[in-house]
Design a protein around this ligand. Structure first.
Ligand code: FDM
Length: 211
């Protein structure tokens, strides 16, 4: 990242199936770190505000059809178009909490049957996360959370495949949170251990509309 007088911000990525609770957890971590006085921003991919992001959004909402390779590359391009801003923010000392990143790109596209290594290739050169928090929820449990909406990938059988492909991506930067189990532990023990933050405190708070 190069030399700078400011301490570098951290790149923290949340990953998981649709309805695994990423959005809630990202929000909680944001509030927590802000409360500690850190400079922190919440990002998400796909970023649907860009022109590439709008193409992705049209595809996800079934308003357009695209070849599987093409949409894969668009998801990756959506990360590349934000790369320089990401680097600048991190260098300036801002911590970024990112809701989905390259792991989603590879897990979802390879779950469709695309070659795993081919899916990884366009991610080479993007900034590596300092920490990946994977919210590990049984696909059936995620599907119960308010039901899936109308988006293309929100189907139980497909999400089961995605879960299998996520597991192939786990490395030393990952912290896997067993959502279903930790939730029950936390309810049983009324865990107020700050070191568990924010995972345990999510119990009973995750709304049905959460992604
Ligand atoms: N998704 C997301 C992908 O297939 N590839 C990617 O690179 C990314 C970032 O898009 F089903 C999928 C995952 C999800 C869908 O994501 C939209 P959100 O988090 O629901 O907006």
């Amino acid at each position: 990242m190069g030399a700078s007088n400011e301490p570098r911000g951290a790149l923290v990525v949340f990953e998981g199936l649709d309805r695994s609770g990423k959005t809630s957890q990202c929000g909680k971590l944001l509030s927590y770190l802000e409360g500690l006085g850190h400079s922190v921003e919440l990002w998400r991919f796909p970023d649907r505000t860009t022109s590439v992001g709008q193409m992705i959004s049209a595809y996800l909402t079934n308003k357009s059809q695209l070849d599987d390779h093409t949409i894969h590359l668009l998801f990756s391009a959506n990360r590349w178009e934000k790369r320089s801003m990401m680097e600048a923010k991190l260098k300036a000392g801002t911590t970024l909490i990112v809701d989905r990143y390259s792991y989603s790109g590879v897990a979802f596209s390879s779950a469709k049957g695309l070659d795993f290594e081919w899916c990884k290739a366009p991610e080479n050169g993007l900034i590596a996360p300092d920490l990946v928090v994977y919210l590990d929820i049984p696909p059936e449990k995620a599907a119960e959370r308010g039901g899936y909406g109308g988006e293309r990938y929100e189907q139980l059988e497909f999400q089961k495949k995605v879960a299998q492909h996520y597991k192939l991506l786990e490395d030393s930067s990952w912290k896997v949170i067993l959502c279903f189990i930790s939730c029950h532990i936390a309810i049983a023990t009324r865990c107020h251990d700050d070191r568990c933050f924010p995972m345990h405190r999510r119990c009973g708070e995750t709304s049905g509309g959460d992604r």
